[in-house]
Every structure is written in C-alpha cells, then in structure tokens.
Write a protein that binds this ligand. Structure first.
Ligand code: NAG
Ligand code: CU
Length: 247
C-alpha cells in the first residue's frame, strides 16, 4: 500500500511543485501556471502487472485524456483486459469491439527486456480492468482507471472474487504491445526461485540438476539480497547467466 500511494504522490508531486513555486514567486502569473499544468497533461503512467504477486500496482489510476498508461509486465504471464463494472473477469470486447485487451504478455527469469502495453487514455470515463490469466482476477488482479469514488475498487475486487471463471479477451485492442529495457522498468523482478508461480511452472525447461546457481551468488555475497524476505531488493543478475545446458 505505501508504495502504491507513493507512486501516485510522486506523479502528482512532480507536476504540482512547479505550479506552486510559480504561483508564490510571481504574483500575477496565473497564465504561466495554467500553461505548466497543460504542458504536463500528456504523461506516461507506469503500472506494474504481476511480479511476486499477481496484482496491478497501482490498482487505481487517475489519468487525463492524452496520457498513456504503460503497463509493464513483470513475472508471470498476465493480461490487461477491460470488463464492465458489473461483470468483472469477463471481456467487455465480447460486446464492445473497442474494449481494451493486451493479450498475454509473459516475463520469465533472466529476461533483460520488459513487455509493455501502452494504452492511450482516450476518455475520462471510468475503466475497469482485470487480468484474464487463470484465477488472477478472482484473486484480486483488478484495477480501475478514473474511479468516481474510493469505494469503487473495493466493490469491483469483491465482485471479482465472487465471480466464476475468467474469460479471456480475443483481440489485442486499445494499445500497443512493445518492450522496454529492464533497467528502466518500474519494478525489480522477483527473485528467480521465489518467482516460480505455484500454479503453472514451465516444468519442461528447467534443468534443475546441473545449474550452478548456488555458487555464483554465494561467492559475491551481496548481503542486501535476501530472497524470501519481504522487500524487493533483489537485483538483476550482473552478467548474462549460464549458457543454458540443453540436456
Ligand atoms: C501465456 O498464456 C497464454 C494463454 O494461456 C499462452 O498461450 C502462452 O503460451 C503463455 N506464454 C508463456 C510464455 O507461458
Ligand atoms: Cu495475471
């Protein structure tokens, strides 16, 4: 929760401070202040999808028309899919062709890029979004853009939790699928071992027996990185990992 709100505060603070200063220093500079406000209207608003937990962070976003919400897909295999307010976990695009769907965008251990879905905000209307993967929606992977009150996200999440199976979107609509370097992403990947989702591990790929994973971190001993503790202090592997023994 703190990180959610600090993200929001950061975004607000960055735009608000210049206006306040301008207002205090130059008395009759209303025009300048307004200019600054409108100049900051087109923001890129990052939202992290998945990771150590199957959630959206933040899960409430206030965006203006012209902003772009950049969904950054962390660990797992998630979607951003629009639903109607009263039908969580069901794709609105089944009845409204323009409704949002990102498709499934995975992030696996060792990736150096992050898949994104860049969604231009074209309306100030409230939007209800969920992840269509497995039970993620029922488990709380839902979010709202431009809620009309604070209760709305709670109501939506509770409806989602009580809903049946999710349905997937069918067509990528309402944004652009792209990628960014991991270095500039708004998240730090979950630690490799803890990241494995209990539900769907890609069992075929992991050559668990021969991987010399244990030695490398032990030698350098980055004391700050303790997998299994609460915070996300884990960093990316400094050099490219082992050349994947194909056995
Ligand atoms: C992600 O999920 C979709 C839908 O279930 C599936 O088709 C796709 O293969 C998955 N991708 C990965 C890398 O697991
Ligand atoms: Cu998900």
């Amino acid at each position: 929760m703190p990180s959610l709100f600090s993200l929001l505060l950061l975004a607000v603070g960055v735009t608000a401070r210049p206006s306040l200063r301008a207002g205090r220093q130059a008395g009759p500079s209303k025009f300048v202040v307004r200019q600054e406000v409108s100049a900051t209207a087109n923001r890129i608003i990052p939202v992290v999808v998945g990771g150590a937990q199957d959630v959206f962070v933040p899960n409430v976003v206030t965006a203006a028309v012209g902003d772009i919400i950049q969904f950054q897909f962390s660990n797992g295999n998630h979607t951003v899919t629009q639903s109607a307010a009263e039908s969580p976990c069901q794709p609105l695009q089944a009845t409204v062709a323009t409704a949002i769907h990102s498709g499934h965008i995975p992030f696996e251990d060792g990736q150096t890029t992050v898949g994104t879905f860049n969604m231009p905000v074209t309306s100030a209307d409230t939007m209800f979004l969920y992840c269509a993967t497995g039970p993620h929606c029922q488990e709380g992977q839902v979010m709202i853009v431009n809620p009309t009150n604070d209760q709305q996200i709670l109501d939506y999440a509770n409806l989602a939790a009580a809903s049946g199976q999710s349905a997937d979107g069918t067509t990528v609509v309402g944004g652009t699928v792209a990628s960014i370097p991991l270095e500039v992403a708004a998240f730090v990947p979950a630690p490799a071992e803890a990241a494995a989702p209990p539900a769907a591990p890609p069992a075929a790929e992991a050559p668990a027996a021969e991987t010399p994973v244990a030695e490398a971190p032990a030698a350098e001993a980055p004391a700050a990185e303790v997998p299994g503790t609460t915070t996300t202090t884990i960093t990316v592997p400094p050099t490219e990992a082992t050349p994947a023994p194909a056995a």
